[in-house]
Design a protein around this ligand. Structure first.
Ligand code: AMP
Length: 218
């Protein structure tokens, strides 16, 4: 089988992280989240991390050149030999074009667009809590959020700085402006599948798996 490259698109809070982690495990490919890579760089105060910290906090996008380079490097790691699940990348047309240049025109296997109304994503983002160490995602009512301790790795569970109301508004605007045009980009290439992401997570996973399995079987 050729490399399995899955792109997961959708507004912030649409469920890309949750679904991405599950699908990556199911299809035995790494879950490549540019947001996680950038947050790890900020936490470790690397040169990249110091460069992007303020941009992340404000809910703006970091430069295309920088994320393209990070993704290209990530593809060179051995665990990505069989493919990858891309979460949060590409996020602009320039990034989608760069990805095509990195992988070749038939590089992306499928692009899944998680459709969720804006009211629901705002609600989900305000309630979201994450583990600073492994990135596991919780809701404010979950025991891990209440205790502040991740049940996966024992790390600290917190609210992301960019999940506060002002940054949420900013990020949703950035999505509409910069990322929504990617839907046409992948639709034009016959690679887009729209999935109703407002349902229970397990139902959403089952629908996406059906679409991926159908594509792989072709
Ligand atoms: P996420 O976890 O995907 O919501 O990403 C968190 C933040 O990281 C975003 O608000 C951006 O500041 C930055 N970021 C993540 N992925 C990208 C990307 N592909 N291009 C530009 N900035 C990104």
């Amino acid at each position: 089988m050729s490399r399995l490259i899955l792109v997961i698109l959708g507004k912030q809070g649409a469920g890309k992280g949750t679904q991405g982690r599950r699908l990556a495990a199911t299809y035995a490919v790494p879950h490549v989240s540019t947001g996680d890579i950038l947050r790890a760089a900020v936490k470790a105060a690397t040169p990249v991390g110091r460069e992007v910290a303020a941009v992340l906090e404000a809910g703006e996008l970091v430069s295309d050149d920088l994320v393209n380079r990070l993704v290209e490097e990530r593809f060179e790691e051995p665990d990505a030999a069989g493919g990858a699940l891309l979460d949060g990348y590409p996020r602009t047309l320039a990034q989608a074009e760069a990805l095509e240049a990195i992988l070749g025109p038939s590089g992306v296997t499928l692009c899944v667009n998680l459709e969720v109304p804006v009211e629901l994503v705002s609600e989900r983002l305000s309630a979201r809590r994450v583990c600073v160490d492994c990135g596991a995602i919780y809701r404010d009512v979950d025991p891990e959020a209440r205790s502040g301790i991740c049940s996966v790795c024992g790390g600290r569970v917190v609210q992301r700085a960019d999940d506060r109301p002002e940054a949420i508004r900013q990020r949703l605007e950035v999505y509409e402006r910069d990322t929504a045009p990617l839907l046409d980009f992948y639709r034009d290439r016959g690679l887009l599948v729209n999935v109703d992401g407002a349902r229970e997570a397990d139902e959403v996973t089952a629908t996406i798996r059906g679409a991926i399995d159908e594509r792989i079987a072709r």
